[in-house]
Write a new protein. Structure first.
Length: 60
């Protein structure tokens, strides 16, 4: 699971990587209707493909 989780990103990690706030990422995830690859408790983890979609959405 550790190797699998290393390829997944929380909304906070996506925000940090893109240099934007967590709220911006959360709104983009909701607007794009992205589903998490994995959930652990209240945290959702997204794939690299989802990160790319969020990045593209934010850059518009």
């Amino acid at each position: 699971m550790a190797a699998e989780k290393s390829n997944l990103f929380s909304a906070g990690a996506i925000a940090k990587e893109l240099g934007v706030s967590g709220a911006v990422v959360s709104k983009a995830i909701k607007a794009l209707e992205l589903q998490p690859e994995m959930k652990k408790g209240a945290c959702s983890y997204y794939s690299k493909e989802a990160v790319a979609k969020v990045k593209k959405s934010i850059q518009k």
